[in-house]
Structure formats: structure tokens, C-alpha cells
Design a protein around this ligand. Structure first.
Ligand code: HEC
Ligand SMILES: [Cu+2]
Length: 340
């Protein structure tokens, strides 16, 4: 209080401002309504293992912070310059410097043991794991289930309590696959296959994101993992392995004609001549909740905008604008919505 009264009005205002800002910062740490991509709320054993390492590291860091700050403040006060006395100097104190080098080395070496062990354990393919091949492309994800011959995009369906073993490939630039609640990140690099594994405890939708800057729409290269009870997952896989039915009447039939003239070079719809592989396989497009890198809800309005001019809503998206009329767009959208 002595100190506070000694300050000029301006100094006092400044001090109050700093205090208020600190309180605001501390208060914000009490936020409990966490976002869907919070790696501190693990939802499966792989993510929990990584989170456990984080907890240990954080606890050690807190202790170090408190001890170092306490010693710092103590030293500043105790050895400061005073009338008739110079500030103390520790430069060249070999014993102190050896100790201060040794302690961090030992802490880091100690942390490396469980970390390296976890990395080795988690990179092994578990018995009974389900294989999924992930191919990253600007700016979306393709998923292949090699055993079932199913191909889909952006939304990966998986069974709960089952190890999912991913083989990650890229056809263009470096991306990074990340589902914060389920597993850490893994770079996806052209010309090589990386692997990672995860398990989801409970049915639900888990959000993810490309984590390596990969171009204009990097931020729109999102993903979802949708976990089902194993029996329900088998049903989903069964449905997805069926070819699409032909649209036989109305706007959808007209839309299919346009689709087979305009969109076939890049998109596949099993059961039709559309066999393109540049864009997502659309055989079961209508069964997806989102599209274009899980960026847009799969609604009529969003689809109209997308087919009209993709790059207008997703910058840099490598799908051209074909200058279709409003009526043609409606027809194509009606067709896409039959692809259940
Ligand atoms: C030159 C190749 C090309 C052509 C031709 C093309 N597309 Fe695409 N399409 C793409 C690419 C690439 C994407 C993925 C873009 C992204 O998500 O960033 C895409 C994405 C889509 C999606 C979203 C799929 C999903 O699940 O995310 C739909 C729907 C779609 N295209 C419909 C069409 C229609 C309808 C036509 C014809 C009017 C068409 N496309 C023509 C390349 C093409
Ligand atoms: Cu990416």
C-alpha cells in the first residue's frame, strides 16, 4: 500500500489496467464450454496416452516456473545495488553454471523415456485393426476401405472400440491429418506412406482439420470422424458398397444427363459411366452431412452455390465453374440429392 500511495496518478492507472487485464486473462481460463477440437479432452486410448504425457510435462513446467520466478525475485531483491554496495555478480561461477545445465538436461532426458516409448507403442498396428487409406488432396480427404472396396470423402465412418489403422498419402503437397480428440497429428507427404492409429470410445462425431498449411483453402480442409457401434458401422459399409441407382424421371434425370456430360472427368458415380478420380467419389454423396472438406452443410442452397461457382465459396477449390444456367444447376442438385 505504501508503494501504491507513492505512485503518481498515471502510474496508478497503469497498474490498475495491468491488474484488470490479468484478471480477465485468468478468468478466461475457467471457460468450460470447450470447442470440438480440443486435444485436452481425449475421447480414446491413443489420445489419452498423449494427453497423459502432456499432463506430466505441464506439471513439471509449472513447478519449474514457480521455482525459477521465486529464485529470480529473491535474487533481485537480496543482491540488488544499495547505497554503498554494488549489485552482486554471478558471472563465471562454474559450479552454478554446471548445476543449471545439468538440471534441465536430466529433466528432458527423463521426459524423453515415456515419450519415446509412447511413440513406439502407438505406431504399431494393433491386431484386428481396420485399414483405411487416406489420400490428401487440395483441399479435401479421400478415404478408401480396401477390404470392402468402399470410397468416400471428408467424413470417415469408423466402428467404436476398434483400432483404425490409417495409411496416409498425398497426391500434391504436404498436408497433416489431425483429429484432436482421438489422436495426434501426422504429416501426409507426397511419395511416401505414413501411418497412424486411433480408437474412438463412444459413438459420435469428432472434428478434425488439415494442420499443415497447404494452399489457399487450407483452413477449409476440414474433416469429420463419425463413430458408430460396430454393427451399425457394418450396415453403413454395406450401404456404401452399393452402386447408385439411375435417376429415371423429373429434374434428377435431367441433372444426371448434365452430370454425365460435364462432371464425369473428375467424379465417379458407381453404376454409371462416371469414373473420374480427380474429385470426390459421389456415389453416396447425399448420405454425407457436409461437403468440400467438411466445410459446408450438405443443403440445397449450399449445393447450388457450389455447383454454380465453387471458388466463390471455397477460394482456390480446383473445380471449375461451368456457367450452368439456374435451371441446369437445380437439375444437377436434384440429381446429387438422389445419391443416397
Ligand atoms: C476438373 C475437375 C472437376 C470437375 C469437372 C467437376 N468437379 Fe466437382 N469437385 C472437384 C474437386 C477437386 C472437388 C473437391 C474440392 C474441395 O473440396 O476442395 C470437387 C467437389 C465436388 C463436390 C463436393 C463433394 C464432397 O463430398 O465434398 C460436389 C458435390 C461436386 N464436386 C459436384 C460437381 C458437379 C455437379 C460437377 C459438374 C457440374 C463437377 N463437380 C465437376 C473437381 C471437379
Ligand atoms: Cu491440407
Amino acid at each position: 500500500m505504501e508503494l501504491f500511495r507513492g505512485l503518481k496518478a498515471r502510474g496508478r492507472r497503469f497498474l490498475l489496467g495491468v491488474l484488470a487485464a490479468s484478471f480477465a486473462l485468468f478468468g478466461s481460463a475457467c471457460e468450460t464450454n470447450v470447442g470440438p477440437q480440443d486435444f485436452l479432452t481425449p475421447e480414446g486410448p491413443v489420445a489419452r496416452r498423449a494427453d497423459g504425457l502432456w499432463d506430466v510435462t505441464f506439471a513439471i513446467a509449472v513447478v519449474i516456473f514457480v521455482v525459477v520466478e521465486a529464485v529470480l525475485v529473491f535474487t533481485l531483491v537480496k543482491f540488488r545495488r544499495r547505497p554503498g554496495r554494488e549489485a552482486a555478480q554471478f558471472h563465471g561461477n562454474t559450479k552454478l553454471e554446471v548445476i543449471l545445465t545439468l538440471i534441465p538436461t536430466l529433466i528432458l532426458a527423463g521426459l524423453a523415456v515415456p515419450t519415446v516409448k509412447a511413440i513406439a507403442d502407438l505406431s504399431k498396428k494393433s491386431e484386428g485393426a481396420l485399414d483405411v487409406t487416406v489420400t490428401a488432396k487440395q483441399f479435401w480427404w479421400e478415404y478408401k476401405y480396401p477390404d470392402a472396396g468402399v470410397v468416400t470423402a471428408n467424413e470417415m465412418h469408423v466402428p467404436t472400440r476398434t483400432p483404425i489403422f490409417l495409411s496416409l498419402e498425398s497426391t500434391d503437397v504436404i498436408h497433416s491429418f489431425w483429429i484432436p480428440d482421438l489422436t495426434g497429428t501426422q504429416d501426409v507427404i507426397p511419395g511416401r506412406t505414413n501411418n497412424m492409429q486411433f480408437i474412438a470410445d463412444e459413438p459420435g462425431t469428432y472434428w478434425g482439420q488439415c494442420k499443415e498449411y497447404c494452399g489457399l483453402s487450407h483452413a477449409n480442409m476440414r474433416l469429420r470422424v463419425i463413430a458408430h457401434e460396430p454393427a451399425e458401422f457394418e450396415r453403413w459399409l454395406q450401404d456404401q458398397s452399393q452402386p447408385a441407382a439411375n435417376a429415371t424421371s423429373g429434374a434428377a434425370a435431367e441433372g444426371q444427363q448434365i452430370f454425365l456430360q460435364t462432371c464425369v472427368n473428375c467424379h465417379a458415380v458407381q453404376g454409371t459411366e462416371a469414373k473420374g478420380t480427380i474429385g470426390p467419389d459421389l456415389t453416396h454423396f447425399a448420405s454425407r452431412e457436409t461437403f468440400a472438406g467438411a466445410t459446408f452443410a450438405n443443403t440445397t442452397e449450399n449445393l447450388r452455390k457450389w455447383v454454380d461457382h465453387p471458388a466463390a465459396i471455397k477460394p482456390g477449390a480446383p473445380m471449375p465453374d461451368y456457367g450452368l444456367s439456374a435451371q441446369e444447376i437445380d437439375a444437377v442438385v436434384a440429381y446429387l440429392q438422389t445419391l443416397e
